[in-house]
Each structure stands twice: as C-alpha cells, then as structure tokens.
Design a protein around this ligand. Structure first.
Ligand code: AGP
Length: 634
C-alpha cells in the first residue's frame, strides 16, 4: 500500500509532489510527508550539502498541504509519501520520509528482515526514531555512504542487497541534490520522463499532468534519475539477502506512451470518484470492446492473449484466480467459460489457493483477474501456478503492472484509471473481458458456432446503451437507499441471486459493506433455506437480483418465502416483470437483455444504492476506513 512520488527539474517541487500524492491518496491516508532538496543553498560538491527539508503530517494529505502552505519550502528536487500503516502506528514519527544523516527515504511495501538488522544496528549505537521497517533502509544507506560508497546509487544498491521483502523506494541525499535513486521489488513504481524533468510515482495518474511517457520498472530494477535522464540497472541479490553479494547489469527500459488524459483521472464534476466511475461504465465498456469484436465473423481479436487454436484445444481446465470484486467477476467468467467454451472451470480466491497444495499444471489455463495487476495474493498464486507448468493469462486494467508482466498473455480491460477504492467500472469491464475470452475460446475449440457468436456479440455491443438507460434511473436508487437502508437504520442486509446473478449478489453486498459500513451478506438464493432464512425479519432488507432468466421461477419462490416471514424485499427485475414486482416493497427495473448479459445491468442499481446509502450516511466514499485500493501486502 502507500504511495510514493518524486520530482527533479527546474520548478519548485512541493506543489508538484503534493499534487502527485493527491492522485495517490487512495493508496493510503494515515499520514503524508515530503523531503525537499534546495540546491541553491549548496550543491553537494566540496562539502557544501544542499538544504534538505522534511515535513510530515498525520492524517489526510490536506494536513500536509496546510503545513506546506503555511511554511513554503524552496527546492526543485524531492520525494513524497502517503502512508497506509503496516509497521508502526499512524504517527508523525512513523510517517515517511525517514531522515538518517544526509539521506531521506520513502518506501512502499514491507521489509521482512527488519528485526535483526535493527537489533544489530542499535547494538552498534544507532538510534531509531520510528517503529517502521523503512528506517532500516535509511540507516543502511547512510552506513554505506559513511563506509565510502562513492555515490547514492552505489550506497542504495549495497543497502538493498541486505534487505528482503517488497519495496518501491525513493532516496535523496543532501550531498547529491541533482539525483533521486529509486528501486523496485514487488511493489509498483513508474518513472515519468520529459525533456528536462524526471518524475517517479507508485501509479500512473500521479504523473499524467506532467508527462505521458512512462517507464514501468521491473522487479529488481534500481534507477538513478537526473533531469531528463534515467539510468536503469538490474540488481540481482545472491543468497538470502543477509550478505552483500549481488550483481548489477545495465538494462534499457523504454518509456511507453500512456493515452489516459489527465482529466480522465479527475472527478469531472461528480461528488465522488466512485459516482463518476459508476457513470463512466458505458464508456469504459465501449473501450474494452472497441477493436476486439469482429461482428460479421462472430469472433474476437485477441492476439495479445497468445492462445493459438492448438493451445485452446489443448486446455483441459481453466482456473480463475482473484480477490474481492475481481473474484466476483471471475465467478461470472467461470459460468461463461463452461457454457460457451465447454471446458471445466474453477474459480478460487487467490489468498486461499496460494496456501494450499493446489493441484495445477500442464493443460491448465490459469486466468488471473485483477484491476490493479498488483494484488499480492493474486500475484503470488499465479507465479506458483506458472512455476508448476500452467499457462497464465492476465485480465487486468493497469497496463504493464506486475501480473500481466509475469503472464504468458494479457487481456487488458482498458477501463481507464479507477480511483474510488470501491471497484465499479473495473468490475463490469472485467465481465466484458471474461465474456469475450469465453467467446474467443469457444470459437477456437469449436464449441461456439458462428451464428450464435454473431448473435451474442451483437447483443454485447448494445450493452453500453442499455447501461446508460439504467444509469438514468439513478434517482430511484437514491430514494430506495434513503427509504430502506438509511431511514430505517438497517444494520444488516441480505443479497440473493442465482446463476449469473449470484456473483452480482456477492458484489452488491461487498459494495454496501465497503463504503456504507452496513453489514451485508451475498448468498446463492438456493442456499437460503440452509441457514440465512433464520435471519429474516421485518427489519432486514433483502435485495433480490431476479432478471428474466431460467432461474426466475425459483427466485420468485425465494421472494415468497421472505415475504411470508415479513421480510422487506428490494427486487432488481427485468422491465415489465409481473410476478416479483407484485410482492416486493421496492422494485428497480433494468431493460430486457439476453440472459447471458444480465450481470452488466443488474449490478448497476446495486452500485448506485450502495453509493447513495454511504453518501447519505456521510462516510468517506472514495477512501473508506481501513481499506486501500491496491492490496500489495498479504
Ligand atoms: C473492490 O471494491 C475492492 N476494493 C477489492 O475487493 C478489490 O477488488 C480487491 O482488492 C482486488 O483488487 P484487484 O482487482 O486490483 O486485484
């Protein structure tokens, strides 16, 4: 978690760093800080160190912003950090940057072997100001410089050879005010380049206001950033990290041009990013579909997936791995893959899969579904599956992120940056990607005929327009949220669905929990009699996802069972519904659509209801308590 930024150029850097951190605030908001070098007071040469100012504040970034406004800091090079606490409480001393001697460090990740070195260094008389693992890195770099390392780059390499774990790190020194050293191992880090400036950040949106030319660093990369210049080397540590044995090889990492505009990463007049992202879904879906659907041939263009006809035929089983919302889209993906490509498919929580002795290997196609492409559990699970011989495919949103980089092939959702912690547009675009993959496989395996494919794809391209229709009815969702979830002071909610509506029930419940802090359970409606029915009473809203599909009659019976126990039903049904609408207290209609495509529409009222319930309750919708957008630690 945590977000880091860096800037080196001719401009005053404090506002640039704060602006970058604002775009990364979704990564952590326990504390924030800056370290800024002012070379006008000394250029590091001939023993004249530059002034290095460190300012830190606990709480949201606005606190740091206020501090910097009250006391502006001069300087054109610096690093910044927004913290999501892992080691040590959210206090000012634990906030980054950590300053030791001439060196300041910001870090995202966890240094696993920090306990022993800390003890050893304390034994040598070193004083630690914080409880963090990061401070170890600052001490180690300082020690290497004191021991004669010729420059910051070498000192950082020597120090990193002694740590183990996940990190994205940025380092500056009073002695070298024209350099920032950055390094990456398992935590995300990108570098932005322009003619006379250089930037670093945990994520692309932090840089888009300044440059679109982005270098995606790889694990093991260490880079020396100078104005307009980036030197990258690959640091290979041999042994267990306890010694200093390592090798360094220069590498070339070419910048990629990113086509997200800076305004795409802003709120564009919506009260919250989440609301903006809910309304962006039709456009996002168009972006996912664009250029990939061959309507007349009933096929999908997906060269980057790297699955030949022979590969597709050879697949014996598909295993979908994901966490959270991505796990829910993966459940729908499993249903489509089995129904369309006729191949056995399992879906698993990556956090469970990675720690059991899962049997996976040759003949298996593992599909990792991840918005960020950086989720630690998903990354570890897929690496393991790859090692055991499975073919690996990533469905991700962030181009060049860790999971696509380890995968044999990738299918990007192209949803644009998702800033709200609660995932919305990335869920529906993942659905589209997985459906297209099922069609792609079905065509190559000969299980999906051309005519049926043309029909299905023809309907898929109409989905964005249908989504717009649903989103136009957002006011009804707001009213129902007020009446049924907020005014009644509901404490618990049950979400029910069957078939493709089951993952939608799970997703509806997750959205409500995440942002409104109401307890909610998503359940397969057929399981209701096996337990949850005991919960039904007049207080608990039961949200039923009941589009017009093969499960309709069955779920209508579930609704009757709830009503017979005086339960309150909010039903999401197909327009024109005559049965459930008669008995439900509240009805939200979606337009008629092919049964396979209902999830794209039925999830929208649930996202909107959760959003409005949270907004009415006054919670922090975009940065809900205790949550971070990308879970890069276990
Ligand atoms: C979604 O609303 C969540 N915040 C969370 O469950 C998320 O989907 C999960 O952490 C997985 O993230 P990923 O898609 O980036 O791997």
């Amino acid at each position: 978690m945590c977000g880091i930024v860096g800037y080196l150029g001719a401009r005053t850097c404090a506002p640039i760093l704060i602006d970058g951190l604002r775009k990364l605030e979704y990564r952590g908001y326990d504390a924030a800080g800056l370290a800024i070098l002012d070379a006008s007071s000394g250029n590091g040469v001939n023993g004249e160190p530059a002034r290095l100012s460190v300012v830190r504040a606990v709480g949201k970034l606005s606190k740091l912003d206020d501090a910097v406004r009250d006391k502006p800091i001069a300087g054109t090079a610096g690093i910044g950090h927004t913290r999501w606490a892992t080691h040590g409480r959210p206090t000012e001393v634990n906030a980054h940057p950590h300053l030791v001697g001439d060196v300041a460090v910001v870090h995202n990740g966890i240094l696993e072997n920090h306990v022993e070195p800390r003890r050893a260094l304390m034994g040598d008389g070193r004083k630690f100001a914080s409880e963090t693992d990061t401070e170890i890195a600052a001490h180690l770099i300082d020690i290497e410089l004191a021991n004669g390392a010729p420059n910051l780059l070498t000192a950082t390499k020597l120090a990193l050879a002694r740590v183990r774990g996940a990190y994205a790190i940025a380092v500056v020194s009073r002695k070298e005010p024209d350099v920032i050293v950055v390094a990456k191992s398992f935590s995300p880090l990108v570098v932005g380049v322009s003619d006379d400036e250089v930037f670093a950040a945990s994520d692309v949106p932090a840089l888009l206001a300044h440059t679109r030319d982005i270098i995606f660093l790889e694990d093991g990369d260490i880079a020396e950033l100078r104005r307009g210049k980036v030197k990258v080397e690959r640091l290979l540590v041999h042994g267990d990290g306890a010694t200093e044995r390592f090798s360094v090889t220069p590498v070339v990492r070419k910048p990629k041009r990113i086509d997200w505009s800076p305004t795409q990463a802003e709120k564009q007049g919506y009260k919250h990013f989440m609301l903006k992202e809910i309304h962006e879904q039709p456009m996002a879906l168009e972006q996912t579909i664009r250029g990939r659907v061959l309507l007349e041939e009933g096929d999908i263009v997906a060269g980057e997936v790297g699955l030949s006809e022979d590969d597709a035929q050879a697949i014996k089983r598909v295993v979908l791995l994901a966490c959270g919302t991505s796990h829910h889209s993966a459940i729908a993906g499993r249903n489509w893959i089995e129904a369309i490509a006729k191949v056995p498919a399992n879906v698993e929580l990556a956090s469970e899969f990675r720690y059991r002795e899962a049997i996976v290997g040759e003949g298996d196609l593992v599909i990792a579904v991840s918005q960020s492409g950086e989720t630690a559990d998903t990354l570890a699970a897929v690496k393991d599956a790859k090692k055991k011989g499975a073919k690996l495919l990533a469905v991700a949103n962030v181009v060049g992120s860790a999971i696509p980089r380890v995968a044999h092939g990738s299918f990007y959702t192209h949803a644009g940056p998702e800033i709200g912690v609660a995932s919305t547009k990335c869920f529906t675009t993942q659905l589209a990607a997985l459906l297209m993959l099922a069609i792609y496989m079905g065509r190559r395996r000969g299980t999906l005929g051309r005519e049926r494919a043309i029909d299905l794809l023809g309907r898929l391209v109409e989905v964005p327009a249908l989504m717009r229709e649903v989103l136009e009815g957002s006011e009804a969702c707001s009213k129902i949220a007020r009446r049924q979830l907020v005014a009644t002071e509901a404490k618990d909610c049950l979400f029910l669905g069957r078939g493709l509506s089951y993952p939608i029930a799970l997703e509806g419940a997750l959205k409500l929990k995440e942002i409104s802090y109401l307890h909610a359970e998503g359940y397969a409606a057929g399981e209701m009699k096996h337990g949850p029915i005991a919960l039904i009473d007049p207080q608990m809203p039961v949200i039923v996802v009941a589009p017009n599909d093969v499960h309709y009659e069955k779920i209508a019976s579930n609704v009757q069972e709830v009503r017979a126990r005086e339960g309150r039903v909010i039903a999401v049904v197909t327009r024109g519904d005559a049965t459930i609408s008669q008995v439900a207290q509240e009805v939200l209609e979606v337009p008629p659509v092919d049964a396979e495509l209902t999830p794209f529409l039925t999830v929208l009222p649930l996202q909107l209801m959760s959003y409005y319930a949270a907004d009415l309750k006054g919670t922090d919708v975009d940065q809900p308590r205790n949550l971070a957008k990308t879970v890069t630690v276990e």
